[in-house]
Design a protein around this ligand. Structure first.
Ligand code: DUC
Ligand code: ZN
Ligand code: ZN
Length: 468
């Protein structure tokens, strides 16, 4: 990017500031911020009058081009990150799942091959499936040489992804000693397994039994256990996709004691409730994810947690499958689980709608400030995952990742108009106020209204430092 770009007269909103100014972009970075900056020959000039200028949003929880035990996600890095860009997300930190039996390094090499066609910048968290000596040594290499400063440990899915408590403790201690952040999926896997077997034995196979066999209490229990083990292991902790009042209370208690415990939630846990599983048909499969969508009382608690600052980030857990079988094939489809809920691929799309949904719900409906919106979706995730100040803010020297946002435009969520390859949206038909108009990645305008100006492969790998 050699030529300069000027963004004129926008209302720049960061986690701490709010002012009208021009931005000069050179070499992919913000070179100057000021009033009436002069334009020069060859500069491209964008008028942002009446628009918010926000930092490109940072989504620290996605699964792109990822194989799960039941299916493969439908969005590869090209499709998923293009969808992200249309929604104002210019940085994605994706979960690298090493194939069973493969080393973490082999998993990472494979991930790098798959992420090569990304359209926005990408980093990786590494999922750790055992705590043997070889794995612990690889964790050190990943932090010190590969720019991976966070790991994910599963307390669910025994026999597949789960670390039992001893291994979890060992892995937490290793991550803490490396200065890495430990992400946990907090659900009690063995008890869920028992409930699932009991439901299936009684012929309860419909999608709603997915939610009924993963009760809220088992997330609260696991979150508290993770917090206790992390305290003992002296490891900073990040609870991913937190969905219940019980887990939130565990996080609140820990934070009141000054422990380095952080929590992420997702739009679906804030905006939906378990009525999505009502009915005997298969529609509920669209909402099969783990944790499941909860009773509305949990959503109320999560909004309070956001208002009080006990939840630091909102990410998507974008793990997209299709509802129908065509045109992408059964291996990407929820229909793999037609016979029984435990075979339904776990996950849903969301990467494209996070900023717009959260602007509408958090700022317009729940009274959170624009600063807080920016913090939840960009600044705090960039800080926690070692990307700040390159990402997550609008400042001189930062990457010129920008969103020009119209806070007044009204529109309606329609999967048919999305860029994800999934054929449905969790939020179909939802009216939204506020819309992404233009998106810049390192100074290059990649989204202009409905037009895609970016290109596959332009996304760069983000080597991440330790948590900020
Ligand atoms: N956990 C995730 O974070 N994503 C998809 C499924 C799961 O269990
Ligand atoms: Zn998870
Ligand atoms: Zn996930």
């Amino acid at each position: 990017m050699s030529h300069a770009t000027l963004v004129r007269n926008g209302r720049i909103v960061t986690a701490g500031d709010d002012f009208v100014a021009d931005l000069l972009i050179e070499g992919g970075r913000i070179e100057a911020i000021g009033r009436a900056l002069p334009s020069g020959p060859g500069m491209s000039v964008h008028d942002a009058t009446g628009l918010l200028v926000l930092p490109g949003a940072v989504d620290v929880h996605t699964h792109l081009d990822s194989a799960t035990p039941t299916a493969s996600t439908v969005d590869d890095f090209a499709a998923g990150t293009r969808a992200a860009a249309f929604g104002g997300t210019t940085t994605v930190v994706d979960y690298c799942t090493p194939p069973p039996g493969a080393s973490l390094m082999a998993g990472l090499e494979d991930w790098h091959r798959r992420r090569a066609n990304a359209c926005v910048d990408v980093g990786a968290h590494m999922i750790v499936l055992d705590a043997g000596a070889a794995t612990l040594a690889e964790m050190k290499t990943l932090v010190e040489r590969e720019g991976i400063s966070s790991f994910k440990f599963f307390m669910a899915y025994p026999g597949a992804l789960m670390l039992e408590d001893g291994a979890l403790f060992t892995a937490l201690r290793a991550a803490g000693a490396l200065g890495a952040l430990s992400c946990v999926h907090a659900e009690n896997g063995p008890v869920i397994q028992s409930l699932v077997q009991a439901a299936l034995a009684q012929g309860q196979t419909a999608p709603r039994h997915h939610a009924l066999t993963r009760p809220a209490l088992l997330e609260g229990e696991a979150a508290q256990r993770a917090i206790d083990l992390a305290e003992l292991a002296q490891a900073p902790l990040y609870v991913v996709h937190l969905s219940t009042a019980q887990a939130l209370q565990a996080v609140q208690r820990a934070r009141q004691r000054g422990l380095p415990v952080h929590a992420e939630t997702c739009p679906q846990y804030l905006l939906l409730d378990d009525s999505v599983y009502a009915g005997e048909g298969f529609e509920g499969a669209k909402y099969v994810m783990s944790p499941p969508i909860r009773h509305a009382s949990h959503g109320v608690a999560l909004w309070r947690g956001l208002q009080a600052g006990d939840i630091q980030t909102v990410a998507t857990d974008h793990c997209a499958f299709t509802y129908g079988e065509q045109p992408h094939g059964l291996r990407h489809s929820k229909r793999l689980g037609l016979a029984a809920f435990n075979r339904i691929p776990n996950g849903a799309p969301g990467l494209e709608t996070r900023l717009e949904l959260m602007h509408d719900a958090a700022v317009l409906q729940h009274g959170l400030s624009l600063h807080r919106l920016v913090d939840l979706l960009a600044t705090a995730p960039a800080r926690l995952f070692g990307l700040f100040p390159r990402k997550g803010t609008v400042a001189v020297g930062s990457d010129a990742d920008l969103v020009l946002f119209d806070p007044h435009e009204r529109w309606t969520v329609r999967a048919a108009a999305h860029h994800s390859l999934s054929d449905y949206s969790l939020f179909e038909g939802r009216p939204v106020t506020g819309r992404v108009k233009k998106v810049f990645l390192r100074g290059q305008c990649i989204v202009d209204g409905p037009h895609w100006l970016g290109r596959e492969g332009m996304g760069q790998y983000l080597s991440r430092a330790a948590s900020g």
